[in-house]
Structures are given as C-alpha cells and as structure tokens.
Design a protein around this ligand. Structure first.
Ligand code: ATP
Ligand code: MG
Length: 232
C-alpha cells in the first residue's frame, strides 16, 4: 500500500481539558487511487489529513507513505517530506497576494526536486492566459485553479485536498472536481480529499466515513462516477 495509517491517535489539551480527536484511525490507499474522507464538522478530518501531510504529528500509531514511516522523522526530515512529496489544496486558496499567478507557481517549482513545467500546469488548469494577473483579480474558482496548479507543479506523490470546493458555488465546484479528476488520470497522482458532501464520494475509489475521531465505514467503489455526472 502506498499510504497506510494504523492505530493513529491524537489529542489536544487546552488548560485542563483534553480532547481526543483521533481515536485509533486506520486507513490505506494504493498508489494512484483517489480516496475521499467524509464526515461532519469537528470529526477529525483535517487533523487526519494534516498528520498524513506532515503538518501535524500524531501521538500514537503509524503513518507510512511510499514506504517511509513518517512518524519516525525528525522535524527537518518532515519538512523535506512535505516539500518533496506532498501537494496541499485548501478550502481557502492561500495564494501569495503580492505575486502574480505565474510567480505563485514558480516559488513552489523552484524548491521542488522534479517540478513540472509552469506553463504546462497552468494550461492543465485552464489559467495560462491569466499568468500575469494577481490573485485579487481572479474569481474564487480561478484562484482555486491556481492553487491546484501550485500543488501539482511539484509533481507530488500524494495530493491532499481539504474541502477544495467548500467555498465555491455548485457549477464551479463541479469544474474543480473535474479538474482534480483530470490531474488524477493524467499524472497518476494519488489523491486524498476531504468533503462534507456525500455525493462527491461517488468519484472516489475508496470512501472513509469518519465520526467523532473514528472511521465508522470503509467503502470501495467498484465503479467510479465521472465528476461531470455527479449531482447534489
Ligand atoms: N490545534 C488544535 N487545538 C485544539 N483543538 C483542536 C486543534 N485542532 C483541532 N482541534 C479540535 O479537534 C476536533 C477536530 O478538528 P478537525 O479540524 O480535525 O475537524 P474537521 O473534521 O476537519 O472539521 P471541519 O469539517 O469543520 O473542518 C475539533 O473539535 C477541534 O476543535
Ligand atoms: Mg476541517
């Protein structure tokens, strides 16, 4: 398995109150699969994704990505792991406002080991003609396209998406999901995506339903629905 999570536990303590956010989570994805994590607000989805992406650390358990047990990495090794292997897409696009579209992609390409071409990824997300624009001159959907290009340019082994369509209207959300589907097919990228929206899980190979820090259901879709045919 390309991604393997076993017995993952995580608690946060503030003052005298300790909250158990992940209570022994297990999941796995094969190389090139698209997985969806589904669950209500506060169930621990982002915490799980952030630990897999090396932004946060678990308290107990094991997370293996491409044969590397990331729970055993030092802080600087974890930074390298994040930089070299992981692409992140968030609900709010986190583009650098003072840089153009092209420059936002370029800063990531520059620190990557085997980046794709900047124009190639801008073309793939349909934003090549807006390369010299600034983020504030773009719509939300366009900014999300740029943030997808920024995550994809490093040619990541694993693309992690935290509610990538959460801030978008219905038809823009479908466009973005179709774009992720193309990236998944064209580049063979393994993708793990969080959503609130059960309808979106139809495009995934595997669906993990999370409730209160536990995986309560694992589903394997034998047939995957193209994003353009999904409705909600
Ligand atoms: N840094 C932190 N310190 C304290 N508590 C935290 C921290 N991060 C998350 N939590 C708590 O952990 C729980 C799970 O949070 P998480 O962000 O993983 O949920 P989520 O499933 O992604 O929710 P949403 O759908 O609203 O984004 C929440 O109760 C949250 O308050
Ligand atoms: Mg979240």
């Amino acid at each position: 398995m390309f991604l393997q999570v076993e017995g993952l536990r995580k608690s946060y303590t503030s003052g005298e109150v300790t909250t158990e956010v992940l209570k022994g989570v297990g999941m796995e994805l094969a190389h090139g699969e698209l997985g969806v994590i589904l669950g209500p607000s506060g169930s621990g989805k982002s915490t799980l994704l952030n630990i897999i992406g090396g932004i946060d650390r678990g308290d107990e358990g094991k997370v293996t990505v491409g044969g590397v047990d990331i729970s055993g990495l030092s802080d600087s090794q974890l930074t390298d792991y994040r930089r070299e292997r992981i692409g992140f897409i968030f609900q709010f696009y986190n583009l650098i406002p003072t840089l153009t579209v092209g420059e936002n992609i370029e800063v990531v390409a520059q620190i990557s080991q085997s980046p794709l071409g900047i124009d190639q990824v801008l073309k793939a997300v349909g934003m090549l003609d807006k390369k010299r624009r600034f983020p504030k001159e773009l719509s939300g959907g366009e900014q999300q396209r740029v943030s997808i290009a920024r995550a994809v340019v490093k040619n990541p082994a694993l693309l992690l998406c935290d509610e990538p369509t959460g801030a978008l209207d219905y038809s823009t959300a479908r466009d973005i999901l179709q774009l992720l589907e193309h990236i998944h097919k064209d580049y063979g990228t393994t993708i793990l995506m969080i959503t609130h929206n059960a309808a979106i899980s139809a495009m995934a190979n595997k669906v993990y339903r999370v409730r209160s820090g536990e995986i309560v259901e694992t589903r394997i879709n034998d047939t995957v629905l193209p994003a353009e045919r999904m409705e909600w």
